[in-house]
Design a protein around this ligand. Sequence first.
Ligand code: ATP
Ligand code: MG
Length: 401
Amino acid sequence: MNVSMKEWLKKRMIPQQWQAAKEVIKKIEQAGFEAFIVGGAVRDYYLKKENNDVDIATSALPEEIQTIFSKTIDVGIAHGTVIVLDCGEPIEVTTYRTESTYSDHRRPDSVEFVRNLQEDLKRRDFTMNAMALSQAGEYIDYYNGRQHIDSKVICAVGEPAQRFEEDALRMLRAVRFAAQLHFSIEENTFEAIRKKASSIEYVSIERIQVELSKIFTSSHASFGIEYMEKTTLGDYLYGDFAASKWARYCSEDRQVGWAYFCLVNGSDVTLLTKYRCSNKDKHFVKTVLDAYESLQNGISLGDLMHFDSMTLKTACQFTIWQNRKLELSYEELAARKDALPIQHVHELAITGKDLLEWSSKKRGSWIKQTLDAAVEAVLNGKVYNDKQQLKEWFYAFHDEG
Ligand code: ATP
Ligand code: MG
């Protein structure tokens, strides 16, 4: 699916999701139970921001939800979640629950279903994420979520140190929300993160990777990185989180974010393995860092041909974000790239087969070397990209027998 189609669907899906969620709630209420929209969707609704992930919390048990609706998917009945398909859009419905002790700092030892909304909201991480919205549009806001949103602060629900002790990921989520919303972290919550920062080591590296990706792609990434430094969370994770290097950075692309993270860490691509990034990510990052390196050394025509426009653009941005002088603007580089006599090795008018015909030599590494030399000669205007002329060039310089 192309991007514009995705965007279009996303725009259409949101009102439909909300509509579907309202219908689901009404049906649950008709069956005599409570149900509310909860979590990030309520926060973003209050912030008037898009959110395409509308979750419902209910007093009904999962089996009760399955009897109210005809089309459901059981995704995590043990945790109380059922997906309802009856109302056009898939809607996640989760039974109110509390969480017991957390002996591993990341997962509750068990969850217990309850019939009371306040109990459910109490287990949520931050006050802005602990609000509920009725289908009629009324807020249930026991922990001053709206007031904290108005004053742009991220505030833990309950006693912060205890909440981070239970689940260390919440600390990184606080920083991620700070970066996404440009909110500050409330003083007690901040102090608790500083105190508990080392327990981030209990969190799985995959979850950390996801949160870091969200920080890197948020509109206030450098503000988030500052928090990584100030809270000392960064000290307990791979790589250096030095906010000064991120002051000019801004990207919505997670791969660009990871590439920049490696760059500011001395182009250390081993970080990608440490954070379990994909091979596709590794390939992207290595290419961009090579292009960046090439740009710093005065890019050759071969490299100009080799790197695609997006890679060159990213390398130019990196140069600017690093406060380094850009010898040629991206537009100038792109114009030079367009003007190259060939855009790809495959456009060369000769192939290895031609070389074998013209020479008495056997197959070998000389073929690739000669083709590379031919590309360079064509790019530098020493010979036209024409088979006959390349043949003469070959006989003149390369066929020693
Ligand atoms: P996003 O917009 O990134 O999806 P979100 O707030 O919806 O943000 P989710 O991870 O989708 O985040 O979680 C949904 C809700 O579940 C949160 O709003 C919060 O109420 C609760 N929640 C999620 N993770 C935690 C956690 N680690 N500890 C406590 N509550 C959590
Ligand atoms: Mg969400």
